[in-house]
Ligand binder design. Structure first.
Ligand SMILES: C[S@@+](CC[C@H](N)C(=O)[O-])C[C@H]1O[C@@H](n2cnc3c(N)ncnc32)[C@H](O)[C@@H]1O
Length: 219
């Protein structure tokens, strides 16, 4: 309990919060919770979590992934640019008295330290980012040598997953994503289809959206 707890408010520019209407109920969604649990199992199976781990959860939302590990790691940094999601996250941290957390309201450039993390995780957040090579370069800056990134996201799809909303990436082509990591001095250690999200799309049709987990190590 004597460890550091700090909250940074950095991202002050006026921006639309796409998650404002969703944040309060974010955790009350069974398919999401099943997906999160499976992603957590994937992270645990990689043996990257222990009491020396410095963990960064990118696009953490309400902290479903990062906070699961809060008692198992040395330090947890939670980064998200949605004020509404961060508000829910802060309430959870306050209610539980977590003291080894840093909350960054902003994006990856706003998280302050370099070469400090041993593990970065990102659950369904990378498809919200425009410039993927830029993001991967910032992951590289934040990680220690041999530090890892573990991403859960959508395989390439036709935009139905979010429609009528529009996001920067309609999922990912694995060859392209892998080569983007390699170009940024990572070794991609693992890619697999770990889960499928079933959801009704805007036409009323039921669709299955496969999700991948990708593990990359900083060289
Ligand atoms: C689909 S939600 C996933 C939230 C959480 N990781 C989960 O699985 O429950 C995507 C999250 O990424 C955040 N996000 C999107 N773009 C971001 C960026 N450039 N920097 C930081 N967070 C971002 C959003 O605010 C949102 O909370």
């Amino acid at each position: 309990m004597g460890q550091r707890c700090s909250i940074f408010f950095i991202h002050k520019q006026i921006m639309t919060d796409n998650f404002a209407a969703k944040a309060a109920d974010w955790d009350n969604n069974n398919p999401r919770m099943i997906m999160i649990q499976k992603f957590i199992s994937e992270i645990e199976s990689r043996g990257t979590i222990n009491n020396e781990t410095h963990l960064l959860d990118f696009g953490c939302g309400t902290g479903l992934v990062g906070l699961h590990f809060v008692d198992k790691v040395a330090e947890l940094t939670l980064v998200d640019n949605s004020p509404a999601m961060i508000e829910v996250l802060r309430q959870k941290i306050a209610e539980n008295g977590y003291t080894n957390t840093q909350v960054v309201e902003g994006t990856i450039e706003d998280s302050l330290k370099s070469e400090s993390e041993t593990l970065i995780v990102a659950s369904m957040s990378v498809h919200h980012v425009d410039d993927i090579p830029h993001l991967i370069n910032h992951f590289h800056k934040r990680l220690v040598k041999n530090g890892k990134v573990i991403i859960s996201d959508l395989y390439k799809e036709d935009g139905s997953f979010h429609f009528p909303d529009v996001v920067p990436q309609n999922g990912f082509d694995m060859d392209i994503l892998q080569s983007q990591f390699q170009a940024a001095d990572f070794t991609v250690e693992h890619i697999s289809n770990y889960h499928t999200m079933n959801r009704e799309i805007s036409t009323g049709e039921k669709r299955s959206f496969p999700l991948f987990v990708l593990v990359a190590r900083k060289n």
